[in-house]
Design a protein around this ligand. Sequence first.
Ligand code: ADP
Ligand code: MG
Length: 698
Amino acid sequence: MAIVPEYFGSLVFDDRVMKANLSAEVYQSLRKTIDEGARLNIGVANAVAAAMKDWAVAQGATHFTHWFQPLTGVTAEKHDSFISPSPDGGVIMEFSGKELIQGEPDASSFPSGGLRATFEARGYTAWDPTSYAFIKDRTLCIPTAFCGYNGEALDKKTPLLRSMEALNRQALRILRLFGNTEAKRVLPAVGPEQEYFLVDARMWEKRRDLRFTGRTLFGARPPKGQEMDDHYFGAIKPRVAAYMEDLNDELWKLGILAKTQHNEVAPAQHELAPIYATNNVATDHNQLTMEIMQKVAARHGLVCLLHEKPFVGVNGSGKHNNWSLATDTGLNLLSPGQTPYENAQFLLFLCAVIKAVDDYQDLLRISVATAGNDHRLGANEAPPAVVSMFLGDELAAILGCIEHDAPYTSIDTGKVRLGVDVLPKFRRDTTDRNRTSPFAFTGNKFEFRMVGSADSIACANIMINTAVAESLKVYADRLEGAEDFEAALQVMIRKTIQDHKRIIFNGNGYDDAWTREAVQQRGLMNFRTTPDCVPHLLDEKNVKLLTSHGVLTKAELVSRCEVTLENYCKTIVIEADTMVDMARTEIIPAVQAFALDTARAAAAKKELIPDCPCEYEVELVKKLSALTGQISRRAGDLEEAVLALSAAGDIKTESELIRDTVLPKMGELRLPCDQAETLTARKYWPFPTYGELLFGVR
Ligand code: ADP
Ligand code: MG
């Protein structure tokens, strides 16, 4: 059996393959493009394309595709074969530099939020050479950005790359001020921890809600849920272990650094974390990971559920987005340094993040807003919808001393008065864990925990990168003009702490008292739902931020706002329709059949024992028929609420109507259905129960 180092990355056109298959000159030129963003000339592109094609064909590939990430949130690909006819009636395999660099898929069926009129339906995809090409299903996949004909971004990758560039620009200015002349680039590093559920495929087949919407819309609570806490980090069951093994192999072949796996809190819930990578690569890899997770599950007779809330009453799934900033020379700018001077630089970057999160709480909340994630944020399992930051006691104490110019006492340094040139060496506090905070500092990185499990991590990072770029810009503007650098630095760090300390909260984020304090005393934002927050994308301050750093234009923002609300509406309407359908065609008939058999049993008994009261049967039939009546009425109400949406006129109004009428009516319909489940004999129930789904994989 091959060992991992032998096949790791075997399906990737990575640096090793480039070195081996490109001339020294072409390799150098491509490296310059990858490392420094230099333009690629067509001669080099042709040579790279030819080498890529030869390598891919040798691996059995027949097609190539520009692999991109439209606003649907999933990846898209259109395959073209390499074949080209030769005069002798055969074919040769061809792939040109032009085909590598740019593609022109028909963009008309991808959501654009009105950005692209249909007469300009063409879009183009442009190669992102910083993310390696790879082979999937005998197809050479070229990671690309996807734009409309006039360059307007129609995907998640284009603004992500722009935000990385904005951050790089501003971070380098700060580094130069601290005398760092070596670093050529500063890049965000991201490690997303992916949560998911595994259920048996045969059971999944029988549930239309899971098939159409990815979550259960009905289901009474099972006698056992997650209350025993026996699943978290528990021993992995053989079928799941076999799945994970297979999954890791597939990911490793694709060069994805799958590292950690364990059972999560809920039964049937698991997590996979890779080793962190540069932001755009981490994003590509996470999209691929989600796809491969589902594919491998099918091979094992399983279905991988990526939905944020597949089951009511047990924990949902999220994606912890670990984020830090690193130079191309390998320096983590969020790592406390060895010397006071290094620590001053660390503190400035830390403050930049604090200011960014406080100033753009709304953008962070918007970046994770989906119909699925709304079920999670604010429920007592995931971070609340209020954005706050956790820094740990030691760092919080240091900031407190800086704020008040008070002496700081530590074991290492004793009592010191903190200034820029006298900062304590503090320990990297990695043990201090606050799992309830939406944005936690964990030693040398921040962990943004609000991202939904099914969502792309692109949006969240676009906002983090750009907001931090803005803080750094404000700092650099001031410091570059300062007469006394150190004094100015100190003033700025102190001012940031004073102005933004309201965002720092080290307590329990699940506590209702916190939400009240956050909103009433601290003036923090609390957007509970997607329709509540998404329109704020177009608030003046947010438009100014994103346009001034060249990340998204006003038109692109309007389009994104539209697409996000559209996705929200479509998702919930599909759920509502599925509910009505299941209630009418599966649940009511099942309950009816059981009621009828119960009534028949009573009649038979009466024939045998004429004065038998048949109390049990009579009571049960009464209850069941009351419930079917209720189910039928409520299904009708829900259907009407959905029909009434056509009068909404615009997408914002429609999303609000859905929040205020459709969603509550879905909850109302679910109640009698779940109640009926607990009264109906098992063999009548038309689909697998929560207990069977959650404990069905051994
Ligand atoms: P956990 O949160 O599960 O205890 P860790 O916090 O150690 O685990 O790591 C979680 C994720 O954070 C991993 O994907 C890891 O690679 C990533 N990570 C670790 N260091 C950094 C860093 N400096 N920048 C970005 N991500 C990082
Ligand atoms: Mg973590």
